[in-house]
Design a protein around this ligand. Structure first.
Ligand code: NAD
Length: 508
């Protein structure tokens, strides 16, 4: 069985903190508050006995400004691939076009398919309306609208492609259940909008159900994302592990972190088979930069997840418990400081020193964490290694071409007129069945109330008993071209093992 989360030997063979062998990791100090919080975090990790051989790389604003559109120097990839472990401070993404998100580039290029964000309350020491909240959001990290495939197709309409794959769904669903199993969690909840997106979110939900059947000891459930999100914001204690497609996970993990207490506290791990990345969820907070004010906790707790990942659970446990003790003693940075609860307001460096002074101590009010010997066992919502088998590839389905959607840029307003032109171009094997505008059927029998843009979908279906092939499609497009129709894209309609692989037009 291929283990999806086993790093390359350099880090996979990592010793515990008791060993003297330092594990190579790649570190980037980032922009804004990044350098301060990274320095503070590394100081704590190393004081706790973490054995790290640090390779430093340059990322972020300076690199973007130097003309590298992804914000990373080309040679930095060598280090990331060599170490397989990236400890990353936040960066500033310059405003304006042409700059690509560094995070999305690193995650996708290195196959970091799972984004794990533990969101836990630290009541009564950090103010929250949800004192018993303890949720882990597992966000799919490679697919969905983050494929970044967008097009302008007419004067009025742009599109973004939402891509969801069966192996992608299987990897993330299995990761969520394996995570739950390894961390003694009871339930995995899936959020999708499959009542509307029946094929894309429908596949995510379907694969979730299939994978869930392999874990009868773990409760599973599915919520439609809108009511699920409302419930999460209102009653987060109803959830345990949450798994969802990329965009929903991006939004809701920030919501979950914020309602737990502060985005400044939440860590995140981006897990892949070869390389993983550990970071805070917040950004570079440029207005706070260079003032020794920022809270290093999110990045520090990401460091704890990293230590577990590279096989140094003892150091991870020591840091985490010292951090919990510091928090419960009321030694707080400005962002979580509250009169009556906090005891001492400190800056970044003093907070780090306070944690270091408590290394070896256990929290008394908050529950201490235990990471066991090899990163398995009792959970704190942290970063135990989770192994996922490679997704199973199915034999190809019987694929049958049954029609084509031709999208047309047309500035007229009467669908009957467009239908007439499109029907005249019909070829022998297929006929115009329907025209829709932004997914609403406008021909035949549309309603005059429907607002129409200049972007029309014209659906041709195979006539009964007629075989459709690509040559017929080409002939149809040729006839449309000759008729002066501005067709802007096509989507072939296939049945897979007799089942429609396309959505039906609204109103059908
Ligand atoms: P932000 O997270 O930097 O800041 C939001 C708010 O939270 C600000 O008020 C800030 O002062 C506060 N804050 C954030 N982290 C804090 C900390 N550790 N301690 C105390 N207060 C903290 O979000 P933003 O202002 O929207 O973005 C700033 C820059 O960061 C942008 O360029 C954005 O693109 C970038 N960004 C980077 C990452 C990343 O590198 N992973 C993530 C998000 C945003």
């Amino acid at each position: 069985m291929n283990d999806m989360t086993t790093p390359k030997p350099a880090s996979g063979a990592a010793p515990d903190a008791s060993s003297s062998t330092a594990v190579p990791i790649t570190v980037a100090h980032g922009d804004g508050i990044g350098p301060e919080i990274m320095q503070a975090s590394l100081k704590i990790l190393e004081a706790a006995g973490a054995q790290l051989a640090i390779e430093q790389i340059e990322i972020g604003e300076k690199v973007y400004r130097a003309g590298h559109s992804a914000g990373i120097m080309p040679e930095a990839w060598d280090s990331l691939r060599r170490t397989g472990v990236f400890y990353k401070a936040p960066i500033t993404t310059p405003q304006g076009g042409g700059f690509k998100s560094l995070n999305v580039t690193v995650r996708k290029t290195l196959g970091q398919f799972a984004n794990v964000r533990p969101c836990r309350a630290y009541a009564p020491f950090v103010a929250t309306k949800h004192p018993v909240m303890d949720v882990v959001v597992v966000r799919e990290n490679e697919e969905d609208l983050y494929a970044g495939i967008e097009h302008r197709q007419s004067d009025e309409v742009v599109q973004c492609l939402k891509l969801i794959s069966r192996p992608g769904c299987e990897k993330i669903a299995r990761f969520a259940f394996e995570y739950a199993k390894a961390h003694g969690r009871q339930k995995v909840t899936c959020f999708t909008k499959d009542n509307i997106m029946k094929l894309t979110d429908g596949l995510f939900h379907k694969v979730f159900d299939e994978v869930a059947a392999d874990y009868p000891q773990i409760e599973n459930e599915h919520w439609i994302i809108d009511i699920g999100a409302a419930k999460l914001a209102d009653t987060p204690e109803a959830f345990d592990v949450l798994v969802m497609p990329n965009l929903y996970g991006d939004v809701l993990s920030d919501v979950a972190a914020q309602i737990a207490g502060s985005v400044g506290l939440a860590p995140s791990a981006n897990i892949g088979a070869q390389a993983s990345m550990f970071e805070a969820i917040h950004g570079s907070a440029p207005r706070r930069a260079g003032q020794d004010l920022a809270n290093p906790s999110g990045l520090l707790l990401a460091g704890v997840m990293m230590l577990v990942h590279i096989g140094q659970p003892k150091a991870a446990e020591t840091v985490h418990n010292a951090w919990l003790k510091t928090i419960e003693e009321g030694i707080h940075t400005y962002d979580i400081f509250a009169d009556g609860v906090s005891k001492q307001k400190v800056g970044t460096a003093a907070f780090a020193d306070a944690v270091i002074a408590r290394l070896g101590a256990q929290p008394e009010s908050l529950a201490p964490v235990s990471y066991g010997e090899a990163g398995q066992g009792a959970d704190d919502g942290g970063g135990q290694r989770t192994s996922v088998p490679a997704p199973t590839r199915r034999p190809p389905a019987r694929k049958e071409l049954v029609g084509i959607d031709v999208f047309v840029h047309w500035t007229g307003s009467e669908p009957d007129g467009l239908a007439e032109t499109m029907r005249q171009a019909e070829v022998e094997a297929c006929s115009l069945e329907m025209i829709s505008n932004r997914g609403v059927k406008v021909w035949p029998q549309g309603l005059p109330e429907t607002f129409c843009t200049d972007h029309w979908r014209c659906r041709y279906m195979a006539k009964a008993g007629q075989a459709l092939d690509k040559a017929a499609m080409v002939q149809l497009l040729q006839r449309l071209t000759e008729a002066g129709v501005d067709w802007i894209k096509t989507e072939q309609l296939y049945n897979f093992d007799g089942e429609a692989g396309y959505s039906l037009g609204q109103g059908q």
